[in-house]
Ligand binder design. Structure first.
Ligand code: UDX
Length: 460
């Protein structure tokens, strides 16, 4: 089948590459000339395992093309995916300018029936606005043409996006048009041999499903993070509690890991957007408000603990950071806990030396010229002479480092493990002063009882 994808960003590229991989003829269009030139020269503008090879293979096979020519892209296919960015506007709502611009472009260039598929994460009611934008263009042209707008939210995890697309646990299609439904079923059939995984529902329910899924996951983590602090106050171990509750199939084992907070390009943006949607609909989401507040506190937890341990004047101290990306498998620094921690440590006069296996180029660009911040070539280089090591991202290579070498390199053998990657008993055995998150009684001098920000402080 012929397919057009608007947007050569993260979601657009993964969507285009995976659809081409299944034999479809895909044209991916973007307004960013540099990005398209880079893609046409064989480059890949984002880090995502497996994407590189998939793009190369499908371009070589003639199934995938990149262009800035919107008219030709619209003419190419009946099925047009919109996978452009929806960055947060100042009030927390999703900015739909790019989505509506793409819809307008489709309306301007279409000559026959089109099925327009919203893949971008968009608030409930956006399909209606996309519909209206296309109608407006058709009216201006004086050419009434048939079309349908479908909601098909993505559930792609960074670092596992190709696998999530190729082997989805579900595909949500919000569709009120029979012909469009048939077309999309045909496109997705090869991805879901088990038909139960294709969930067809009304458009608004599909739009809400995406936000509900991310908000639920963020809620689970914030719940565990808050419980971790309680565990410390009570002398319990959140890791044991996690095992204890996760074995109940009603709860399940995923997304129950306490840590130094959730980040990334989706959770924070989507939680804020859903809060805004709730407020606008006269149905404020008070639970979700707490979820966000707990996370803001959690992201500052490690730097607060450093302060509690070393004092608020950190001049003369060097702190080593392992991991800057918001999670392993990506170079994405958006809303990463490292941003909060680095800022807080530098503000208190400390020096920060960081290492991340993949995010170094992005980190170099982000913190360039920032006094007191440097990047190290190896994990061990980062810790040399440091007063403590802070682990922020649970990259695999940090799981079993040479602890003797680590201890010898540190000025003081102090570990702040923001991802509960290491075993507290083993670390103490090895002679480290270990601070995990929710791992039994708090170490003296590392009090974590930082109060939550008042609700009024939040911009939602
Ligand atoms: C998320 C959703 O999982 C995906 O379905 C959606 O389409 C986009 O948003 P992503 O942002 O790539 O994907 O990251 P994810 O793996 O979900 O992790 C989000 C954050 O939660 C990370 O900062 C991670 O470190 C944190 N996390 C995750 C925890 O702190 N504890 C956990 O148990 C799980």
């Amino acid at each position: 089948m012929k397919i057009t994808v608007f947007g050569a960003g993260y979601v657009g590229l993964v969507t285009a590459a995976c659809l081409a991989e299944m034999g479809n003829g895909v044209v991916c269009v973007d307004v960013d000339k540099d990005r398209i030139a880079l893609l046409n020269a064989g480059g890949v503008p984002i880090h995502e395992p497996g994407l590189d090879g998939l793009l190369q293979r499908n371009v070589a096979a003639g199934r995938l093309e990149f262009t800035t020519d919107a008219a030709a892209a619209v003419a190419h296919a009946t099925l047009v995916f919109i996978a452009v960015g929806t960055p947060p506007a100042e009030d927390g709502s999703a900015d739909l300018a790019h989505v509506l611009a793409a819809a307008t472009t489709v309306g301007r260039h279409m000559r026959d029936y089109k099925v327009v598929v919203d893949k971008s994460t968009v608030p409930v009611g956006t399909a209606d606005r996309v519909h209206a934008a296309i109608a407006h263009e058709l009216k201006a042209r004086g050419t009434p043409l048939p079309y349908a707008v479908v909601s098909n939210p993505e559930f792609l995890k960074e670092g596992a996006a190709i696998d999530d697309f190729m082997r989805p646990d579900r595909i949500v299609l919000g569709c009120d048009d029979e012909q469009a439904g048939l077309l999309l079923r045909a496109v997705y059939a090869p991805f879901v041999r088990n038909r139960d995984r294709l969930l067809i529902m009304d458009v608004r329910s599909a739009e809400l499903t995406k936000y509900a899924a991310n908000a639920m996951l963020a809620t689970r983590i914030s719940f565990m993070n808050e419980l971790a602090l309680l565990a410390e106050a009570l002398g319990a171990d959140i890791e044991q509690v996690r095992h204890g509750i996760g074995s109940d199939p009603r709860i399940g084992t995923h997304f129950l890991y306490a840590g130094c907070g959730w980040g990334g390009s989706c959770f924070p943006k989507d939680v804020r957007a859903l809060l805004r949607t709730g407020a606008e609909a006269g149905q404020p989401l008070s639970l979700l408000q707490s979820v966000l507040r707990i996370n803001q506190r959690q992201r500052a937890l490690l730097s607060d603990r450093v302060e509690a341990r070393f004092g608020s004047d950190l001049r003369g101290h060097v702190f080593a950071l392992w991991g800057l990306a918001f999670k392993p498998g990506t170079d994405d620094l958006r809303e990463a806990p490292s941003l909060t921690v680095v800022d807080a440590l530098l503000e208190r006069g400390a020096q920060v030396v960081a290492f991340d296996p993949v995010a170094m180029p992005k980190a170099a660009a982000l913190w360039r010229g920032r006094e007191g911040f440097t990047l190290a070539d190896t994990p061990l280089d980062a810790v040399r002479g440091a007063s403590a090591l802070l682990l922020l991202t649970e990259w695999r290579e940090f799981r079993s480092p040479d602890f003797d070498a680590l201890k010898a390199a540190l000025r003081e053998p102090v570990l702040f493990d923001g991802r509960n990657l290491w075993d507290p008993a083993q670390m103490r055995e090895l002679g480290f002063e270990y601070h995990g998150i929710g791992r039994g009684a708090r170490t003296a001098g590392a009090d974590a009882a930082v109060p939550l920000a008042p609700a009024a402080a939040l911009a939602v």
